[in-house]
Design a protein around this ligand. Structure first.
Ligand code: AMP
Ligand code: MG
Length: 293
């Protein structure tokens, strides 16, 4: 750690994923190629190699963030992951976040709200999990389920649900204003690929734990979910808190792209190492004086 400081060039990327994958006003989910590899010219092997190298840099950057937090800094990063079952959210946690020191990571997964959570406003459980200074927070699902599953399954009245878009964006703004770099990622898998991944989960005993019969119910609502995602992206991607849509049919590309987004966000923080609050020379002399020989 801390040795290699160069090679932050974007060799391997012909374009910056934070530009190419960002959702702007012209984004069209229906025509979005979920097997694409925007900005990456190389093949899978080159991608995996590049990702490993970025991982070392990411680890160094993350340590700087952690050190900064320990020294009174206020910055943090939040990687928010959305995507239907099998889109690969778990793979991002394991393979991308897995490249950095777990001490600096705060992971929160949001499932069906518990009885206690249901007694509170939907942001209550989310707010509690926001990352402290120095941390990389990871949300496996998020407050955006309020305009996805809650909308599709009509779990609250339509007029109330309609207010959630602005509410989520306002919440994102408070996150950003508090000093957190927010990276909102929507992983989009194709219908065919999702079918294959669910089939694999059903055919392999070591994957049964990941399967839930409800996954097929959600698949049956495919069009409704796609419409909900499209609306979410159109209404909640704002310049201060944009969405990045990741083509997720090729797992290696999705992981490479999210690695790059995280790497870019941490690089932009431009954190040095905190100054010592002691005199290193004096301490070295004191240490030398402890010799017993
Ligand atoms: P998994 O990510 O596979 O563990 O599944 C979590 C489940 O929780 C998914 O089916 C989500 O749709 C569901 N879920 C997450 N947030 C909410 C919410 N606010 N209301 C209802 N269901 C939710
Ligand atoms: Mg699931």
């Amino acid at each position: 750690m801390g040795k290699k400081k160069k090679s932050t060039s974007s060799a391997g990327w012909s374009g910056d994923p934070s530009e190419l994958l960002r959702v702007g006003p012209d984004f069209d989910l229906a025509s979005f190629d979920r097997a694409g590899t925007p900005g990456w010219e190389g093949d899978k092997d080159a991608g995996e190699q590049f990702m490993a190298q970025r991982g070392e840099e990411l680890s160094d950057l993350q340590e700087r963030l952690f050190a900064d937090g320990r020294s009174g800094g206020t910055r943090s990063v939040l990687l928010l992951l959305q995507g239907i079952d099998t889109a690969g959210k778990g793979g991002i946690v394991r393979h991308v976040i897995g490249m950095v020191d777990p001490q600096g990571v705060a992971l929160a997964s949001f499932g069906v709200p518990t009885a206690e959570e249901r007694e509170h406003h939907h942001l209550w459980r989310i707010r509690k999990e926001l990352p402290e200074p120095g941390k990389i927070g990871v949300f496996d699902r998020s407050h955006y389920e309020q305009v996805l599953v809650v909308k599709v399954d009509e779990l609250e009245p339509a007029d109330v649900n309609e207010t959630r878009y602005d509410e989520c964006v306002e919440f994102d703004r408070t996150i950003v204003e508090s000093g957190t770099t927010l990276i909102k990622v929507a992983m989009m898998v194709s219908h065919a690929e999702q079918g294959e991944r669910l089939q694999e989960r059903l055919e392999r005993p070591d994957k049964w734990w990941k399967y839930n019969p409800g996954d097929v119910d959600v698949r049956e609502e495919w069009d409704d979910y796609q419409a909900a995602y499209a609306e979410m992206l159109a209404r909640t991607s704002v310049p201060e808190a944009p969405w990045y849509v990741i083509p997720a049919d090729r797992k290696w590309y999705a992981r490479l792209a999210v690695t790059e987004l995280l790497h870019g966000a941490l690089t932009d923080l431009d954190l040095g190492w905190p100054a010592a609050d002691f005199d290193p020379k004096v301490e070295l002399e004191r240490l030398a004086g402890t010799s017993r020989a």
